[in-house]
Design a protein around this ligand. Structure first.
Ligand code: MG
Length: 302
């Protein structure tokens, strides 16, 4: 067992979180939210998505967000890019960091991005090659790594092969998404071991969902293998896209609390993170998803 000494938290609330919220948030609120996230010490803040906007009206202000965002030095603000149109739109607003995404499930790929896994590889190969010419940093996401809402179990070699493809094409980091949140710790261990056959452990990120309450345990299993990049969403923003009312993204404060307890450095200030969380919950006028945030807000005057 060798836990990492530092962990990079990739904050996904402003994109992955807000795109799963029913209401559209004004651009000014998103900008203020990201300013508060940046003030907490987070160094990677996913900002928006350039997916075809009628599909995700919550993020239809993607260009405005990027144009008006007060980008702090030393902070990356990745944006999701599905295809060449998305990349061109992201380039127009001077995005420096993008994320491409693929699914380890054939059915999910068809439902979510309307193409087979093989077609998605073709699509993101073009995106990655063009982005590289513009010196853009590219992150790769793989969804459904421990289960699919349509297919159930997912074969590990499929995930490992996709991770290898994305890494060899030039993604600096591969984020493994348990989109449905059904994975358990031994499964997480086997998953990371399989991907680590092709991708160095320093380049593997975990993006675990808490739908069945397994996220922190699965993250802990990943840390034990040396994984040092964790995706999370402050207050658990976003919910689960496949189970209404259930938890989705693991909450950043719950990850941070665990990492602090393990003596692992993240550079993130807990109290300042909670200020950002309180700000967005106030705007949404509803309590946070995460138990920790609920307890914290109840006991702190903010
Ligand atoms: Mg997510």
């Amino acid at each position: 067992m060798s836990l990492p000494t530092t962990v990079k938290i990739v904050e996904v609330a402003a994109r992955d979180g807000l795109q799963n919220e029913p209401e559209n948030i004004p651009t000014a609120i998103k900008l203020e939210f990201m300013k508060k996230l940046a003030a907490s010490g987070l160094k990677t803040i996913e900002a928006t998505s350039f997916v075809y906007t009628p599909k995700i009206p919550q993020l239809a202000d993607n260009s405005q967000v990027m144009q008006q965002l007060d980008r702090q030095p030393g902070i990356k603000y990745p944006v999701l890019v599905p295809n060449m149109t998305g990349l061109n739109n992201a380039l127009k607003v001077n995005a420096q960091d993008i994320a491409v995404f693929a699914s380890a499930s054939e059915s999910f790929s068809k439902h979510n991005i309307n193409c087979s896994i093989a077609e998605s590889i073709e699509r993101f190969t073009d995106v990655i090659n063009t982005a590289k010419q513009h010196n853009i940093n590219i992150r790769g996401y793989i969804s459904c790594v421990m289960g699919c809402p349509y297919e159930g179990d997912i074969e590990l070699p499929i995930v490992a092969k996709l991770a290898k493809t994305l890494y060899e094409l030039g993604c600096y980091e591969i984020s493994l998404g348990d989109t449905v949140g059904v994975g358990t710790p031994n499964q997480a261990t086997r998953l990371i071991q399989a991907v680590n056959q092709h991708v160095p452990i320093e380049a593997i990120a975990v993006h675990f969902h808490d739908t069945y309450g397994q996220a922190l345990t699965n993250i802990y299993a990943a840390l034990q293998l040396g994984v040092s990049i964790v995706d999370s969403s402050v207050t658990g923003l976003g919910g689960c896209p496949y189970a209404k009312g259930a938890a989705g993204n693991v909450a950043t404060e719950e990850v941070l609390y665990m990492l602090n307890g393990l003596g692992i450095d993240t550079g993130v200030d807990f109290a300042k993170l909670m200020v950002a969380g309180k700000f967005i919950c106030n705007h949404l006028q509803r309590p946070p998803v995460s138990k920790l945030a609920k307890a914290y807000f109840a006991t702190h005057d903010m």
